[in-house]
Design a protein around this ligand. Structure first.
Ligand code: ADP
Ligand code: MG
Length: 367
């Protein structure tokens, strides 16, 4: 894989695929963690005289224009954080966009419209890839959080333009590779959140390579049900009961032993579980944390997630966390700085750690 330092960016139209898919509530950004994590790449490029063209998706527009998902709100925040103007364009392809870019001066930055306003993004349509590629001389991939997607602007563009990885992407790969290839033991992985179906692969991999795998959150409900626990009306993925049943006998696997129930639903882990998990975390040398332990958005069910997050933050071992909701949890507790590496990827981080090949990184490797 190639990196920024190997290229001359002076006067080059540089298309930078970033992951600025930040959470928005009532037209306001509730986090800018991923934007901030990408600033070093933008500053490096503008400092070297590149014409920086930022490209991101936002939300799930499903291939059509959705007014609330325009990237203007993102552009404003980038501009404020850079303390320089960032022009927002009203499209991400087409003649008008090409003309504006042709007028750009070295060191300037623009942000294109939401790349997922066109169905060609997810369809990886060659014509769409070409329209995007026409805008630039060079491609920089810094959207680590999207590297597991096989989309036009992720795995398509690197094959249409000369390019390299940005500095966030480089940092993510370095931090995660250390855990994947050479972790200090005991290695403990804490997996929570919504769906066991999306995280089963990584659970299985870590049951083979880690010392302890701690499950919490809604995804633990499926394992508990497979074990014969009455889960009432809890969030459970019934189609995963068979696969969940297969891992129950593994002595490295730790499920909640008590929980908080409301309206017949398990919504948080209980005191005994917090104590048991906390003990395992405090003696770990490497910790991976992805997914909250309960419905943490509601104060009354946030205690388990908060205490586990604090245990991870207080650990002397190397700590790694990731996932949109996990970042929100850590930001809310002001714990981001206490974690050694907070990944901008959720799914991408887990797939990387599961040893899967990520289409975005594979495409960069082929350059
Ligand atoms: P991340 O974004 O960190 O990868 P996920 O997206 O997998 O995490 O899951 C986070 C979501 O799971 C949160 O919205 C949280 O409220 C929800 N959740 C966690 N535990 C429970 C539970 N016991 N019941 C219902 N929802 C839960
Ligand atoms: Mg999430």
């Amino acid at each position: 894989m190639k990196f920024l330092k190997e290229f001359d960016f002076s006067d080059k139209r540089t298309l930078v695929r970033v992951d600025f898919n930040e959470p928005i509530i009532n037209n306001r950004l509730t986090s800018d963690f991923k934007i901030k994590a990408t600033l070093p790449t933008i500053k490096y490029l503008t400092g070297k005289g590149a014409k920086v063209i930022l490209l991101t998706h936002l939300g799930r527009p499903d291939g059509k224009i959705v007014e609330e998902l325009r990237t203007g709100i993102i552009g404003q925040r980038v501009s404020r954080l850079l303390n320089r103007p960032v022009r927002k364009l009203n499209d991400c392809v087409g003649r008008e966009v090409e003309e504006i870019i042709a007028e750009m001066k070295a060191g300037e930055t623009v942000i294109l419209e939401n790349v997922q306003f066109y169905p060609g993004e997810k369809a990886k349509d060659p014509a769409y890839i070409n329209s995007l590629a026409k805008l630039a001389d060079f491609f920089v991939f810094d959207a680590f959080g999207q590297a597991h997607r096989d989309y036009a602007s992720i795995s398509g563009l690197p094959r249409a333009l000369p390019g390299c990885a940005g500095s966030l992407c480089q940092k993510e790969i370095e931090a995660l590779t250390r855990v994947l290839e050479n972790p200090e033991h005991p290695l403990v992985i804490i997996i929570g959140g919504a769906k066991i179906s999306t995280k089963m692969k990584v659970i299985k991999r870590f049951l083979a390579t880690a010392d302890s795998v701690l499950l919490g959150g809604a995804l633990a409900n499926t394992a508990l049900k497979a074990k014969g626990v009455d889960t009432g009306k809890s969030v459970v993925e019934d189609k995963m009961l068979g696969e969940a049943g297969e891992i129950l006998g593994n002595p490295k696997l730790h499920l909640p032993i008590d929980w908080i129930i409301s309206d017949e639903m398990i919504l948080d882990i209980g005191q005994q579980t917090i104590k048991e998990f906390g003990g395992i975390i405090s003696s770990a040398r490497t910790i991976v944390f992805n997914g909250p332990m309960g419905l943490f958005e509601k104060e009354q069910f946030s205690s388990g997630s908060g205490k586990i997050a604090r245990a991870v933050a207080e650990s002397d071992g190397c700590s790694l966390a990731g996932g949109g909701d996990t970042i929100a949890l850590l930001e809310g507790l002001n714990l981001i700085k206490e974690i050694d590496h907070v990944s901008t990827g959720g799914g991408a981080m887990l797939e990387f750690l599961a040893g899967k090949k990520l289409p975005g990184l594979e495409a960069l490797n082929s350059l």
